[in-house]
Design a protein. Structure first.
Length: 382
């Protein structure tokens, strides 16, 4: 490992980001009971969070190019601390919206930055160390879901977790500020000029669509499974939290186990196999309310996000790989935002059973798009 100090700091950061990302889904019962929100208002909060993804990625990429990774990441962490503290005023709906808008957007921007930093960690095995970071982010999500879901209606726990996150982010930012980053950014920027003609825009658009439909399916579980279990299936909140943690544990296991297999099969083929497997598992779960099988759902989708976003590098010059990644994630966020904006109203209109059936349908669309990319690539190579 080239830069242990930087890597272990990023590891801690990813755990904190995983915890922060899970709060919206865990404490949704608190928003309903304590803050008096409707399902439509919760749906708007989820949409605002993903709108934050879009905005932060679009502007964050420019900032990274202008000031470099170190200063940009420290600035992002300072803003993340402020957005977490804004959630303490969550009794007022506007502050809750703004808090989640910036917290999830900045979190996505920071974990996307890890893809750009992979060469800082290791020149020989950058993907291995990158997958471990995303594994650790999943640890933060899974543990917080397992521990905090039983307190999903507690205002005191909500406030305590937010303060703890803000406090822990302070030393992370300070350590990053004193860490050494390699200075390859300027040479990359110079080689960017005149490379736009080589970009495969059609493939980038298809990747973004496939990612969007995948995100709808994953976020549908993480954001709504607690309400689905407690409100529709009438399960105990602690038991539903266990089911959700199984989903996250499946993602954790898959990221470690499937990482080596993806190298042998190739990224695009591995993503297609994972999406197809997830489609089967999701269909069984929501057709028969078999929530324990959420583990298999999580395992199947585990490497889709990092592998699919990394595929964008294959369709642009190496000098534009970072920009391509942010474009794919940003475009995917647009469809994800639209879905979450209306999904709460859809639940209120047609009920949980029919609404959750949208998730496997979304995976079906994502799988078909990836299959088309595979077939096009096979034709070109033959």
């Amino acid at each position: 490992m080239k830069n242990k100090k930087l890597y272990f700091t990023c590891a801690l950061l990813m755990i904190l980001l995983g915890t922060s990302d899970a709060l919206r889904g865990i404490f949704s019962p608190l928003f309903l009971k304590e803050f008096g929100l409707s399902m439509s208002q919760i749906s708007i909060i989820v949409s605002a969070s993903y709108l934050g993804n879009l905005v932060c990625l679009l502007f964050g990429g420019v900032i990274l190019d202008k000031v470099g990774s170190k200063k940009a990441m420290v600035g992002f962490i300072i803003l993340l601390i402020c957005s977490e503290l804004l959630l303490l005023l969550g009794a007022k709906y506007a502050f809750l919206l703004l808090g989640f808008f910036f917290s999830l957007g900045l979190s996505t921007l920071l974990n996307t930055t890890m893809i750009f930093l992979s060469r800082e960690f290791s020149a020989k095995n950058p993907l291995f160390y990158l997958n471990v970071l995303f594994f650790l982010q999943g640890i933060g999500t899974s543990l917080s879901q397992l521990v905090l879901t039983r307190f999903s209606s507690s205002l005191a726990v909500w406030n305590g977790v937010i303060v703890a996150l803000a406090v822990l982010l302070i030393p992370v930012g300070f350590i990053l500020l004193t860490s050494k980053f390699s200075s390859e950014k300027q040479e990359e920027n110079k080689s960017n000029e005149g490379s736009k003609a080589k970009v495969n825009k059609g493939a980038i658009a298809l990747l973004a669509l496939s990612l969007a439909f995948y995100l709808i399916a994953e976020h549908g579980v993480t954001n709504y499974i607690v309400l689905y279990g407690t409100e529709f299936l009438r399960m105990d909140a602690g038991k539903v939290g266990l089911m959700l943690s199984l989903f996250s544990f499946g993602i954790l296991s898959g990221r470690l186990i499937l990482a080596t297999v993806s190298d042998k099969l190739g990224g695009a083929k591995m993503v297609f196999i994972c999406l197809l497997s997830a489609l089967i598992c999701y269909s069984i779960v929501f057709a028969f309310n078999a929530l324990p099988l959420l583990f298999l759902c999580g395992f199947a989708v585990s490497i889709v996000y990092p592998t699919l976003t990394d595929l964008s590098k294959s369709y642009v010059p190496s000098s534009m790989s970072a920009r391509a990644t942010t474009i794919v994630v940003s475009l995917a966020s647009i469809l994800d935002i639209g879905f979450n904006f209306v999904f709460g109203s859809v639940i209120e209109s047609i009920g949980y059973a029919k609404s959750m059936a949208i998730l496997p349908i979304s995976l079906l669309l994502s799988t078909i798009i990836m299959l088309s990319l595979l077939l096009v690539g096979r034709k070109k190579s033959s």
